[in-house]
Design a protein around this ligand. Structure first.
Ligand SMILES: [Zn+2]
Length: 77
């Protein structure tokens, strides 16, 4: 599996319908909305890897596996 944030190697974890959970050695674990993935693919957008990693680090003080919803996405412009 590919990490959706850095495109590195990640493994996929079974989770609720509508979500993807990935564990990347560089980005750590996160859960992401499938709607967000589809919308990004549709528009050819990619995450700003370093900014998303910072966001994940911040979120981890609140929850071990941060949940990335569409309004959390920081994209490369
Ligand atoms: Zn990654």
């Amino acid at each position: 599996m590919t990490c959706l944030i850095c495109a590195g190697h990640a493994h996929s974890v079974e989770c609720a319908t509508g979500w993807e959970e990935r564990h990347c050695s560089e980005c750590g674990g996160y859960r992401i909305s499938q709607l967000l993935i589809l919308a990004m693919m549709d528009q050819g957008q990619i995450f700003d890897t370093s900014k998303m990693r910072e966001w994940l680090t911040t979120q981890r003080s609140l929850m071990p596996t941060p949940i990335i919803e569409p309004h959390h996405a920081i994209l490369l412009s």
